[in-house]
Design a binder for this molecule. Structure first.
Ligand code: ADP
Length: 270
């Protein structure tokens, strides 16, 4: 199956989030969904992972439930908990349980941020059993074929404490994302920001120049998201340098010397 079934392109929830493909990722996502396999998306921040998942959920006609993981995220935040209502303890599904019950796509963004004991609750959902045991209620939810678990993380942030355990990561089909190739990124910046071809090209070449800088000066590279934000400021009438300073340079560093150095690169492009 190389092409998506046109029937599957119907999106009952309204407008489909726009997505410019970088390669064969849409077909891979659909194959994984049809084969009931969970998907791991690796890549730097702001390169399109979330938009890709939003687009595919709409394209496959499934609801999307997204959880932004953080180091305080407990298993109960995913599975659910008893709440007291009128003196009674009433069970309330967490987002993962809700996704399993409704056959949704559940997206755990930055999954390595979650505590290790939290990550373990997804294990029985990621093998052949495809179940979510809810200890507190004694229930065992069986995931319907439409359910899919998608997780993402940024390998750049990875350190020994935060690495995804092999026992977790080897349960997923994995795909690596990176900043898009120049022509693709130009199409993204032009359509997302509403700028013309010349500005989109200039922003993308600025992004490429900034990404060539040595990594120890900067924590994070200039993402597609930052280029889109600068383009939006320009489309709203802001000057090019001021837009690049506010949306890109100041977002990348707090160090005044590095701000000046990056602004030199901006001057060179605009
Ligand atoms: P991530 O989840 O990797 O941090 P996002 O998916 O939030 O990144 O992307 C950030 C922004 O960049 C999006 O809101 C969108 O404007 C733009 N973007 C990045 N890649 C694409 C793409 N392939 N198609 C359309 N927009 C994109």
């Amino acid at each position: 199956m190389d092409r998506l079934d046109p029937q599957a392109l119907v999106n009952p929830q309204g407008a489909m989030p726009a997505y410019v493909p970088q390669g064969e990722e849409c077909a891979l996502f659909e194959h994984a969904w049809r084969a009931s396999l969970p998907l791991l998306i690796k890549g730097p921040t702001g390169c399109g992972k979330t938009r890709f998942v939003e687009h595919m959920a709409a394209r496959l006609g499934r609801p999307l439930i997204t959880v932004s993981c953080h180091d305080d995220l407990a298993a109960a935040d995913l599975v659910g908990r008893h709440l007291i209502a009128g003196g009674d303890a009433v069970w309330q599904d967490g987002p993962l349980a809700r996704a399993v019950r409704t056959g949704a796509i559940c997206y755990l963004d930055e999954v390595v941020e979650a505590r290790k004991d939290t990550t373990v609750v997804i294990h029985p959902l990621t093998d052949d059993r495809r179940i979510l045991p809810i200890e507190r209620t004694g229930e065992q939810l069986v995931a319907p074929p439409e359910f899919m678990l998608v997780v993402s993380y940024n390998p750049g942030y990875q350190n020994l404490l935060k690495a995804l355990k092999p026992s977790t990561r080897q349960r997923f089909v994995a795909i690596g994302f990176d900043y898009p190739a120049a022509p693709v990124e130009q199409a993204i910046v032009a359509s997302e920001a509403g700028v013309g071809t010349a500005r989109a090209e200039a922003l993308v070449s600025l992004g490429a120049a900034l990404r060539r800088l040595t990594e120890h000066d900067l924590e994070e590279k200039a993402s597609t998201r930052l280029l889109v934000m600068a383009g939006r400021l320009m489309a709203s009438g802001m000057g090019e340098e001021a837009a690049c300073r506010a949306a890109i340079v100041e977002a990348m560093t707090d160090d005044p010397d590095i701000v000046s150095a990056l602004m030199e690169i901006v001057h060179g492009v605009f």
